[in-house]
Ligand binder design. Sequence first.
Ligand SMILES: Nc1ncnc2c1ncn2[C@@H]1O[C@H](COP(=O)(O)OP(=O)(O)OP(=O)(O)O)[C@@H](O)[C@H]1O
Ligand SMILES: [Mg+2]
Length: 265
Amino acid sequence: MSNNEIISVRNLKKFFGDVKAVNGIDFDVHKGEIFGLLGPNGAGKTTTIKLLLGLLEANEGTIRVMGLDPEKDEVEIKKKIGYVSEEPLIFKSLTPKDLFNFIASIRKLDPEEATERAKEYLESLGALEYYDQLIATLSHGNKQKIQVVASIMHDPDLLIFDEPIAGLDAKSVKVIKEIMDIQVDKGGAVLFSTHIMEIAQDLCDRIAIINRGKIVGIGTLDELSRQADRLGANLEDIFLRLTEQDTSVEEIVKKLRQSFNQRKL
Ligand SMILES: Nc1ncnc2c1ncn2[C@@H]1O[C@H](COP(=O)(O)OP(=O)(O)OP(=O)(O)O)[C@@H](O)[C@H]1O
Ligand SMILES: [Mg+2]
């Protein structure tokens, strides 16, 4: 592993009974990079992320996150990572203010400085008005904003966001993009999952397309278009080609047209 690598994954496998959620994947994430895991529902994105965080144990393979093994160094790794999960926040009976104070105390941050910074981020996400409101009463998108702010309070080296954009309005997506850019400018890295192609295309330096537990393409948009034999194509065409859905989508459209025409007769 070179010094440039923040994440290194080799032959990673995770099975749930007969379900091969992650079935032998390899990838690296380098310093200064925004890396996207792009795949349809059930592709294995969240499972991969939970393995990186040591929240699940792998059946096979190796993971190194900043040189550490998540299964052995879970506590150490968590100090260096800012994580936003795909499930809603668990601290629903707190207000954002309580949550940020709590995080400042467990992370041993200067309480005033940390909460001041958190409030600034909250303001830029247009959610400062909810500072004293119970998290349980907030909308999905606003809960997600609180979670994003909570995850960056300790100034982590690596951000891992599981579907961070789902449910956010356009302005907030821009702010999240800004947060990711700041992260890479200071030499850190970002890994995030999404099933939305435009988001991956707009935000990522490199993308791994994951389907049924396997990586079917990896690289920059140009590299992916070469792998998919679709030079100059957009990510959607590349994605469909690499996940072998292009024919089936065409067939679905054809069938829909046929049934539409039949109904017209
Ligand atoms: N705890 C579990 N027990 C059994 N099966 C699981 C478990 N977690 C995930 N799976 C299965 O593993 C596969 C991958 O799931 P995963 O949550 O990683 O997908 P995903 O790419 O994050 O999908 P989504 O876009 O819907 O969030 C799915 O078939 C899912 O049903
Ligand atoms: Mg998921």
